[in-house]
Design a protein around this ligand. Structure first.
Ligand SMILES: Cc1ncc(COP(=O)(O)O)c(C=O)c1O
Length: 356
């Protein structure tokens, strides 16, 4: 509240308020990157990242077939072609071997998504990217605070993109950020998001046809306060997940996401699972009826969206048997279900078990 009031009393509510810069620095540091460039949402940050990585017309970017649409549409919007690859069984993340098979002469980058907060196989993916000479990028919209062998999401490749949209674990209603540790790249992204301005020149000097994607200071105030609470919230969800599993016991019919050992810290944005041999939609309805935020998986893989089916937007689709199966039987439970005390968590686990 104090931070918000500070902004409201200041003459600068927009992106030039120093609070925006200080939130960028704090979040970049939190994730283990040197530079943060904030923006109005986590879709334009993907576009900023891809465009400034030199990805454009005729290039291909490899993405998982399961994600929110922005992972693919950002590739389309910069003029490139998304190449959809399958996810691994149970991790819900892109399969490194499928990525290796999909890389072709036009491939410029691989963009991993850390689905639900549990991280994709970054070592294997980065190894393949290095071997094939393509960029590694992260769509880390789900993974604030997640770690792979002690290194935070968003700090692995050339750059990463985060979202602070309303449903995310760190939110101001809307918002996004590109992170990078490459100073020149950071400068280009900043210029892109700030109408082509460059440091040291006048306000009316524009070096390229950038856009105004600046985050407002009101958003930065809310996010600064939220960032202070994030560690405690992740710790609470981590502890509650252990309680949940204990209470859930060995009930058959659900198989939960497997979290790789290297993920030593999971943001727990989504609890992911599959209904094995049962009626997924009936299960989800029963969980929802118990007041728990539960969603059936996406209704189709990314390549099932009308723009890709009709050919309005070009894409390439690799074989995706796991993806197709998950569309039929997977679901997620929102992170809020893990935000209660121990008693509430046990109740949630019992309600989920009863819904099978
Ligand atoms: C994986 C992924 N990438 C990108 C986005 C886009 O973020 P935003 O809603 O802030 O534009 C989302 C949003 O839900 C997402 O889930």
């Amino acid at each position: 509240m104090e931070l918000l009031q500070g902004v409201l009393r200041s003459p600068q509510w927009g992106g030039f308020n120093p609070l925006v810069g200080s939130f960028e620095d704090a979040f970049a540091k939190y994730q283990g990157a040197e530079f943060g460039i904030s923006a109005v949402n986590g879709t334009v940050t993907l576009e900023m990242m891809l465009a400034c990585a030199g990805i454009g017309l005729g290039d291909e970017v490899i993405v998982p077939a399961i994600s929110f649409v922005s992972t693919a549409s950002a590739v389309t919007r910069v003029g490139a072609v998304p190449v959809f690859v399958d996810i691994e069984p149970y991790s819900f993340n892109m399969c490194p071997e499928a990525v290796r098979r999909a890389i072709g002469p036009r491939t410029k980058a691989v963009m991993a998504v850390h689905f639900g907060g549990s991280m994709a196989e970054v070592d294997a993916l980065m190894g393949i990217c290095a071997e094939k000479g393509v960029l590694f990028l992260e769509d880390a919209a789900h993974a604030h605070g997640s770690e792979w062998n002690g290194k935070r999401a968003g700090s692995f490749g050339l750059a990463s993109s985060f979202s602070f949209q309303n449903g995310k674990i760190l939110t101001a209603g809307e918002g996004g950020m590109v992170l990078t540790s490459d100073a020149e790249f950071a400068g280009n992204v900043r210029s892109f998001a700030n109408q082509g301005r460059r440091p040291g020149y006048s306000f009316f000097h524009h070096f390229e046809a950038g856009n105004n994607y600046r985050m407002s200071a009101l958003h930065a105030a809310v996010l600064t306060a939220g960032l202070e609470r994030l560690d405690g919230q992740i710790a609470r969800r981590t502890a509650n997940w252990a309680v949940f599993l204990e209470e859930f016991g060995g009930a058959e019919g659900i198989r939960w996401q497997s979290i790789p050992k290297a993920v030593n810290r999971n943001a727990w944005y989504l609890v992911l699972g599959r209904v094995i041999g049962g009626d997924r939609d009936g299960f989800v309805k029963r969980v929802q009826a118990a007041g728990i935020p539960c969603t059936p998986f996406y209704p189709h893989p990314l390549y099932g969206n009308p723009m890709y089916v009709s050919g309005t937007a070009a894409c390439r689709v690799e074989p995706c048997p796991n993806t197709e199966a998950y569309i039929r039987d997977a679901f997620w439970i929102g992170f809020r279900a893990l935000m209660g005390d121990e008693g509430v968590t046990r109740e949630v686990a019992r309600a989920v078990r009863a819904a099978i």
